[in-house]
Structures are given as C-alpha cells and as structure tokens.
Design a protein around this ligand. Sequence first.
Ligand SMILES: Nc1ncnc2c1ncn2[C@@H]1O[C@H](COP(=O)(O)OP(=O)(O)O)[C@@H](O)[C@H]1O
Ligand SMILES: [Mg+2]
Length: 256
Amino acid sequence: MMLEAKSLTMRFGGVTAVDSLSLEVPQGEIIALIGPNGAGKTTVFNMITGAYAPTSGKVIFQGSDITAKNPSFIAKQGIGRTFQNIRLFKGLSVFENVITAKHLHLKSNLFQAIFRIKGLSSYPEEEKRMIDETNDLLEKLGLIDLKDAVSTSLPYGKQRRLEIARALATDPKLLLLDEPAAGMNPQETIELARFIERIRDEFKLSVLLIEHHMDLVMDISKTIYVMDFGLNIATGTPSEIQGNKKVIEAYLGSGD
Ligand SMILES: Nc1ncnc2c1ncn2[C@@H]1O[C@H](COP(=O)(O)OP(=O)(O)O)[C@@H](O)[C@H]1O
Ligand SMILES: [Mg+2]
C-alpha cells in the first residue's frame, strides 16, 4: 500500500471539515476523492502533505507514520501535490518554475532557490544535473517548446500541466492532484485523462485525484471515495458510485 489514511479528522473551531476519513491508495493505482464543494477534500490533501496537523487519525506512507510531519519532510519522502488554485511563480519562465521546485526540494528556501537559478550557483555539477533533469522532464510532459515562456502567459490547460511538472520535479511516488481539470474545456479534459495515465506509467506513480469532472473520474479511477460534509458517504468502483443513491442525493442537494 502506498498511502493509508486512518480515521483522519480535522476540526476548525466548531466545524468538522473531515470526520474519521479512511482511505487507501494502492501502488500504481489512480484513486479518486470526490464530493460537493466544502465536503473536505482539499483538507484531506492538507493533512496528508503536513500543511495541517490532523485533530486525530494517522497518515501512513509506504508503511511509515508521517502524521503531522513538516511539509518539506513529507515532500522528500515522495509525496508531490498540485493546488486547486494554480500556484506558479508568476514572473518566472516554464523552465525556471520547474528547476526552482528542484532547488526548493533540496534547500527548502525560496530565496536561495531563485538566487541559484539566476546563475549564481556554487555547485556547478549539481546545477548541470538539475538543468538536464528539468529539460528531460519538460520534454516528457510536452512543454519543452514553451520552456522560455513566462508561466502565466500560457493557456490554462498548459499552466495546469506545468503545475504537474513542478510536482514531478521532486520525483514523487505519490501524486496528489487537486482539481487538475478545473477551468479546462472538454477536449483538454479528455487529453488530461490520457496524460494522467501516461505519467502514472512513465513515472511509476500512484495517484490520488480530487476532481469535479465526472467523465474524467469515471474514466480513469480504480476506486472512488465520495465525501459529503466531511464524511465518507460511499466508496466503490466507478460503476458502483454512478448508481449510488446517497451520492446522487449529495450532488443534487448541493446544486453542483
Ligand atoms: N484553514 C481553515 N480554517 C477554517 N476552516 C477551514 C479551513 N480549511 C478548510 N476549512 C473548512 O473546511 C471545510 C472543507 O473545506 P475543503 O477541504 O476546502 O473542501 P473541498 O475541497 O471539498 O471543497 C469547509 O467548510 C471549509 O470552509
Ligand atoms: Mg477543494
């Protein structure tokens, strides 16, 4: 098992954002976490990545307890993520965004990372290796022709892909994707499905996916966990979830 969340609970004051949620991501699988807005999905990612310390429960990654460890430690263990709201470095190019992620992984210091990509490296060999790896990654993700473009000038779908490239820059084994298709048109969404499967295979990833586009979720997920108001209301295969009454009610009730 790549990831096990055990009875994770997160309370903010009087609000229970996540209530005793358990889920598993087996090695090499794409697992989805869905539910109406405010269900607690992003909070689950924040607990897995160490951004929030759970009120109770455990996060087990490859057999080790990583509950409430600091985010940079958890990233180094091999968990990468993207964010619901794209978080690129606005003034930097595509290439710089990816290599900065590599530096950050090593240095945990944004200032040092940017300083060094501007050519002031004190370790030329390490720098050379990072440059090669970055080019290689951009090539594999179909972004190499855009490497010098300012990241925020890219069309939305490409920015989402660049966010994934940044997450992959640190060689994760588990990739957490928070609404990667948000803002994409139907064609881009279809391409994203194939893209996620391809990188899963190519980078030997396990994937936990939060997504609202049901066609995408049903297409690529092995197992789907459904949340509503912090609770796991259903778990099953795409066909089991599609016909589940509680799930349909949760979505109808929310107006999504
Ligand atoms: N840092 C926080 N402080 C207080 N409440 C929060 C915080 N983060 C999330 N919440 C609340 O937790 C609930 C679940 O939010 P979230 O996990 O973002 O839902 P989802 O990603 O499923 O839309 C919401 O009610 C939200 O307002
Ligand atoms: Mg969210």
